[in-house]
Design a protein. Structure first.
Length: 189
């Protein structure tokens, strides 16, 4: 059975924004889907988030698909750096992901060392999809180019979708994100 795990954003939680929609849609397609609550969401720590992700995954396999939102993408990248060379996941979808510090002290700890993109790339059987918005107030669109260049990710750029979050700082809530479901189904073939 295909499995998917959604890794929420900084200050996120399992019922936030588009996560329930994606969970419901993937379950309808036969996936087992988890949306764990990551610890200390207001002040995320790489070690704690990766440890929980490892625990939730158990044994990785090519039927496992990871979905990250914002700092959740960095947690996935850090996880893929540490799995055994003999193990692979099916693939990952990154929503509003970034690969280096973007000016917030609370999440700097995820970026103390550069990512090992070659190891990350080898850890995915079917590759990656990166979804960004052309008006994200936090994550520059240049990160879509980095995901494409470093991981050969398929890049999807949405118009006027902000940070794909709940209703924050005058941003309309993003409660449905079919591109995530389509991305998973595409790489799960």
């Amino acid at each position: 059975m295909n499995r998917a795990i959604i890794i929420h954003c900084w200050e996120g939680y399992p019922e936030y924004c588009w996560y329930p929609y994606v969970k419901k849609e993937l379950e309808a397609k036969g996936f087992e889907v988890k949306v764990p609550a990551f610890p200390d969401t207001d002040n995320p720590k790489q070690d704690a988030w990766v440890a929980l992700l490892e625990q939730e995954i158990g044994i990785p396999g090519e039927n496992l698909y990871l979905i990250g939102h914002s700092i959740g993408c960095a947690a996935i990248l850090r996880y893929l750096e540490i799995i055994d060379e003999s193990e692979k996941i099916g693939g990952a979808v990154f929503v509003a992901g970034f690969t280096e510090e973007i000016g917030y002290k609370e999440i700097e700890n995820f970026f103390e060392n550069p990512f090992d993109f070659e190891k990350i790339k080898r850890a995915s059987k079917n590759g990656f999809v990166a979804i960004h918005s052309d008006d994200d107030p936090y994550v520059d669109l240049r990160f879509s180019d980095i995901f494409k260049e470093k991981l050969d990710a398929e890049v999807i750029v949405k118009k006027n979708m902000g940070h794909f979050s709940g209703a924050i700082e005058n941003e309309k809530a993003c409660l449905e994100l079919p591109d995530v479901v389509e991305g998973i189904l595409k790489i799960a073939k």
